[in-house]
Design a protein around this ligand. Structure first.
Ligand code: HEM
Ligand code: HEM
Length: 154
């Protein structure tokens, strides 16, 4: 069960990265155009993927081997001194929550009464920062003690 959930978390990474890239390209392409239904739909899909990832991530943090259990079993100072434990329990989690918050803020811009060009630009900025954070904080293979596979092991 937990392997399955972690596998979904692994796969959703790709969906979120692809949707972020598509959203960024779309807002760039439409920068001179009115904010359209497709912009809202693409943003909504990204939002659903990101929030599902957040929900699974929180579940992993509270129920999985890394996160709350690291703190309970080893204490905070041990966790902070161990690169692997610190990565999942603190660095990955905090940065990803920030990235997902940026995606959520971008969605809020859809409803703001500001010129469409400004909306596109704000979304581009928020999505690029979110993408950079996500790319930086995914446990890519080869990262010592942290790296995980590119595809899930169901
Ligand atoms: C830990 C779990 C979750 C938290 C803390 C959370 C939090 C939030 C917050 C703060 C908003 C912004 C509300 C606003 O600006 O009006 C939001 C909107 C949204 N959430 Fe979540 N969410 C979670 C899980 C989910 C899940 C599992 C899904 C979908 C499968 C989801 C789908 C959405 C959608 C689609 C919106 C945007 C609604 C709209 O703008 O029309 N969320 N959520
Ligand atoms: C865009 C957001 C996120 C991406 C792209 C992402 C990506 C990943 C990936 C690729 C893994 C390795 C999966 C594997 O071993 O197959 C992972 C593990 C993990 N993630 Fe995330 N994650 C995100 C958000 C979150 C959030 C918001 C949390 C916590 C609230 C979280 C908590 C964790 C934990 C605790 C693990 C380790 C689970 C374990 O091995 O027991 N992640 N994440």
């Amino acid at each position: 069960m937990n392997t399955f959930i972690l596998g979904v978390h692994n796969l959703l990474r790709w969906l979120i990265i692809i949707l972020l890239v598509i959203n960024i390209i779309r807002h760039f392409a439409a920068i001179q155009k009115p904010f359209a239904t497709i912009d809202k739909k693409l943003g909504l899909w990204l939002m659903i993927a990101a929030h599902t990832q957040l929900l699974i991530g929180l579940f992993e943090w509270f129920a999985g081997a890394y996160g709350l259990k690291s703190f309970i079993n080893n204490g905070a100072s041990e966790v902070m001194q161990n690169g692997t434990e610190r990565f999942f329990a603190v660095e990955h989690t905090v940065s990803m929550i920030i990235a997902i918050a940026l995606i959520t803020i971008a969605r809020g811009i859809f409803r703001k009464q500001i010129p469409d060009g400004k909306r596109h630009r704000r979304c581009i900025l928020l999505y690029i920062v979110a993408l950079v954070i996500i790319i930086a904080m995914v446990p890519w293979p080869g990262m010592e003690g942290i790296g995980r596979s590119l595809m899930p092991k169901f």
